[in-house]
Design a protein around this ligand. Structure first.
Ligand code: ATP
Length: 323
């Protein structure tokens, strides 16, 4: 194998650039020619494929987003679209691919290999931290730190005005960011999709906190929680309790951008190195993950068969320390 490609696909996450840099520089160090595929699978179909060298990834380790841009591509869901993409790769002599993204991206990579023999290695790039086969995904730590900082700032106002705040954080169907933000930010309550929690339970917990002398309170809500978004929860709580005068804040896309933390830069760098090594070793259909501080490979299929979930013990810790 002489030529490999690298792309980012699905949602962007902070640290993707560090991963791209690691893939390019490791490829160059191993005597490979590395091509950047812009706009994910759409760019693969459209032939947005450009050579990269060590200098083309200078000065990006500290930048959020992805210099390769990212996209979602319906055409790649069909065999016809993948055939067009494979033809473009063949024209460039590309035999191996590092795909940085989530499980949708891996589905595509898996099919590209099965149908056209392109060797594919996945890297987990998502802030949600919900991909099986790895304890951490690239971008999670940065998103968590941004959410925690938001809670710290809102806490100042909540304390000053003796107020109740509902703060919504990202994570789609996963409560990873929410539970970690709750512990790190010292929140009084947390709502996550992994745990059914009725409004009456939330109200009881807030009343208990008030009876213990708390004058301000923060409730963290995962965006995928069954009770709805933070506005919905605030209004349901207001309807059924004395907590009528609360405020709502949605951290939103602030969590996806900005300079990655040291943890994410190092994770992405290690994963990028391992991805290219794996391709050179002849591996395919695998994702690079981190387990107990070591880089590990697991089949792409296992990443969507079993999602990564947080330990229920984190909920216990969060509630115990919220007293
Ligand atoms: P994120 O976690 O940010 O959503 P993702 O990789 O899961 O990242 P998706 O939008 O699900 O994001 O997938 C990215 C792209 O991968 C899709 O736009 C599509 O081109 C391709 N893809 C997704 N699912 C499949 C599939 N079942 N078969 C072929 N290609 C797929």
């Amino acid at each position: 194998m002489k030529r490999i490609g690298v792309l980012t696909s699905g949602g962007d996450s902070p640290g993707m650039n560090a991963a791209i840099r690691a893939v390019v520089r490791t490829g160059v160090a191993k005597g490979l020619e590395v091509f950047g595929i812009h706009h994910g699978y759409q760019g693969m179909i459209d032939g947005e494929i450009l050579p990269m060298d060590a200098r083309s990834v200078s000065g990006i380790i500290n930048r959020g987003g992805t210099i390769l841009h990212t996209a979602r591509c319906k055409a790649f869901m069909e065999a016809k679209g993948r055939a067009l993409a494979a033809r473009q790769l063949a024209q460039h002599g590309i035999e191996g691919l590092v795909a940085i993204g989530g499980d949708g991206t891996y589905h595509g990579a898996d099919k590209l290999h099965a149908e056209h023999g392109i060797r594919c290695i996945g890297l987990p790039g998502t802030i949600d931290n919900d991909i099986g086969g790895t304890q951490y995904t690239i971008g999670f730590d940065t998103a968590l730190n941004i959410a925690m900082e938001a809670v710290d700032r809102i806490r100042d106002t909540a304390d000053s005005h003796d107020r109740l705040f509902f703060i919504e954080v990202m994570g789609r169907h996963s409560g990873f960011i929410a539970i970690m933000t709750s512990i790190a930010g010292g929140a009084e309550e947390v709502l996550v999709p992994e745990e059914a929690c009725g409004i009456s339970t939330i109200v009881e917990r807030l009343q208990l906190a008030k009876s213990r002398g708390k004058t301000s309170m923060i409730v963290i809500i995962a965006e995928g929680d069954e009770q709805g978004n933070a506005f919905a929860v605030a209004s349901k709580v207001a309807e059924s309790s004395e907590f009528k005068d609360s405020r709502v804040s949605v951290v939103g896309h602030l969590q996806r951008g900005g300079s990655p933390t040291a943890f994410d830069r190092i994770l992405a760098s290690r994963m990028g190195v391992r991805a290219v090594e794996a391709l050179v070793e002849g591996e395919t259909g695998m994702m690079v993950g981190i387990q107990n501080q070591e880089m590990v490979l697991s089949p792409l299929s296992s990443t969507w068969e079993k999602r990564s979930e947080f330990s229920p013990d984190l909920l216990r810790v969060s509630r115990l320390l919220a007293t």
